[in-house]
Design a binder for this molecule. Structure first.
Ligand code: CP
Length: 360
């Protein structure tokens, strides 16, 4: 199914040349913001945030206002008609008719794709459950370009919650598209990167290793990407507390890294980076959050200028089957057409990307 509109659901729906154009535009906007103050005059951005956010929501809002546009939306579904039981389809359809572009965050995987199936304007995925966060990845790519000067031939450490960390998933997929990058995946056995992301890394020709100790490898890295252990993604408090505080980057640990390494974090930070690290010149995470605003300005402009529609569903639509992932949007919004792509002896859900057997 091809939409009439461009949608950013997964960065990998677009070629690397498109990402590079956005990063270059974000770089130019950062240097010459005055050139872009009327780029979106008269345009309206709708922000549908079904899940809490500070950086993504406010950087998008600030981005649109700095481009001359306006914003509408909600940051708490309890204050909208979602609280009365309105489904995602109806909310999306209605708000897309009030807007020129929609930005959506949702706790369930595949929600932005589900919204794009209905919307009468472009949809940007601002994080869908533990699945993907493509605009964080654009933020991370601009940060690497500005702070390290390149996106290739980097030794990248990713530390913490790699299983539920949507920022990590999107970033691994993106950085494996640039030549010469290697990945060091630092986590407990319970929080390892999902196999479908490891398959993307391998298929690109990049290499990865899985380790449990941050101390042993920190000296080898060009960039360390710290992540929060996300309490809201665990099935029980006991499972969360078993993982919490496993990895804490403090000044002592950081002293084992090279002076040109940078520390990134999508934030919010809880305890995984000690406050004492903030003033170290390797700490790039506050700059990173600011780069997010510039890259989102570039993205909004690009999406509003584009007339090329996005392919949303490519697989076989099964009206009588459901995805077996309970956190997939298709199991909550049951009117959605379930759609799967066959891969070997498994099938991959086109909303949440999980490879599972079909359940009838
Ligand atoms: N990085 C990020 O997505 O932060 P928020 O949850 O505050 O938007």
């Amino acid at each position: 199914m091809i939409s009439r509109f461009p949608h950013l659901i997964d960065l990998n729906d677009f070629p690397v040349s498109w990402w590079n154009k956005i990063i270059d535009l974000g770089h130019d906007i950062r240097r010459h913001p005055q050139r872009y103050t009327h780029a979106c005059d008269g345009k309206i951005m709708g922000t549908l945030f079904y899940e809490p956010s500070t950086r993504t929501q406010m950087s998008f809002q600030s981005a649109m206002i700095r481009l001359g546009g306006s914003i509408i939306g909600f940051d708490n579904p309890a204050t909208s008609s979602v609280a009365k039981g309105e489904n995602l389809k109806d909310t999306t359809k209605i708000v897309s008719n009030y807007s020129d572009i929609l930005v959506m965050r949702h706790p369930l995987a595949g929600a932005a794709k589900a919204a794009a199936l209905t919307a009468d304007c472009p949809v940007i995925n601002a994080g869908d459950g533990g699945h993907l966060h493509p605009t964080q990845t654009l933020t991370d790519l601009l940060t690497l370009k500005e702070e390290k000067g390149r996106l290739d031939n980097l030794n990248i450490g990713l530390c913490g919650d790699l299983v539920y960390g949507r920022t990590v998933h999107s970033l691994c997929k993106a950085l494996s598209a640039y030549p010469g990058n290697t990945f060091v995946l630092i986590s407990t056995p319970q929080l390892r990167l999902p196999s479908y992301i490891k398959d993307v890394i391998t298929a690109s020709g990049s290499k990865y290793t899985e380790v449990t100790s941050l101390d042993e490898i920190i000296g080898d890295l060009d960039m360390l990407y710290m992540t929060r252990i996300q309490r809201e993604r665990f099935a029980s408090e006991a499972e969360y507390f078993a993982q919490k505080d496993t990895y804490i980057l403090d000044r002592k640990k950081l002293s084992k890294s090279r002076l040109d390494m940078i520390v990134m974090h999508p934030m919010p930070r809880v305890d995984e980076i000690a406050i004492e690290v903030d003033n170290d010149k390797r700490a790039a995470y506050f700059n990173q959050a600011k780069y997010g605003m510039y890259v989102r300005m570039a993205l909004i402009m690009t999406m509003l200028e584009s007339s090329k529609g996005t392919t949303l569903l490519k697989g076989i639509v099964h009206h009588d089957c459901r995805c077996s992932n309970p956190k997939c949007i298709t199991n909550t919004e049951e009117y959605l057409p379930a759609s799967f792509i066959g891969i070997g002896d498994t099938v991959e859900c086109e909303y949440c990307d999980e490879r599972k057997l079909l359940t009838h």
